[in-house]
Design a protein around this ligand. Structure first.
Ligand code: THU
Length: 173
């Protein structure tokens, strides 16, 4: 039983080949990869693409937008959440993330930074369920699939503040 538990734990970060992904997962990853080139990244020259799938099945994409005041930079994942919100979306089922350097490919899965995990965690709360996170290397030879609850255990969220955000589930569009 102990061994079984250990094996189950490993699956929280499950490695996949592209061909092993479900059709919608592949589609989401392709959307993230396609938008990556739009990154405004004069400082890092690093490109990140993120694609969110809404509960209604719509894909919302965004890339990273940097700033001369480096700390003001906003990651692809958070830009996608902002864009989704403005387009009237509040509930999501999955997010795909991929990245590359200007002159090099990333060979391991690109995973969301701490701030993005925090924002995705709130999106999961509003959605009312966990959010799948699909992380990929540039050429998609290394793909890791997990969930936001697994990537951000014990996350600080609305409930911590005694806040029920379920009423924000409905968009105002
Ligand atoms: N970046 C993202 O867009 N998402 C992440 O999760 C990690 C980092 C961006 C921010 C910055 O423009 C560049 O990658 C280098 O940090």
């Amino acid at each position: 039983i102990k061994k079984e538990k250990q094996q189950r734990k490993v699956r929280l970060l499950h490695k996949f080949f592209y061909t092993e992904l479900r059709k919608e997962q592949q589609e989401l990853l392709e959307a993230a990869s396609k938008v990556m080139g739009t990154a405004y990244n004069p400082y890092s020259r690093f490109y990140v693409g993120a694609a969110l799938r809404t509960e209604s099945g719509i894909i919302v994409v965004a890339s990273n937008v940097e700033n001369a005041a480096y700390g003001s930079t906003i990651c692809a994942e958070r830009n996608a959440l902002g864009r989704g919100n403005a387009e009237g979306h509040r509930t999501y089922t999955a997010v795909a993330i991929v990245g590359r350097g200007e002159t090099f490919d990333v060979t391991t899965a690109v995973s969301p930074c701490g701030s993005c995990r925090q924002m995705l965690n709130e999106a999961a709360d509003v959605s009312g369920h966990d959010l799948e996170v699909i992380m990929s290397s540039t050429k998609m030879e290394n793909i890791v699939v997990s969930t936001i609850r697994n990537l951000l255990p014990l996350g600080f969220g609305p409930l911590t503040l005694g806040m029920d955000v379920s009423r924000y589930r409905e968009s105002r569009k």
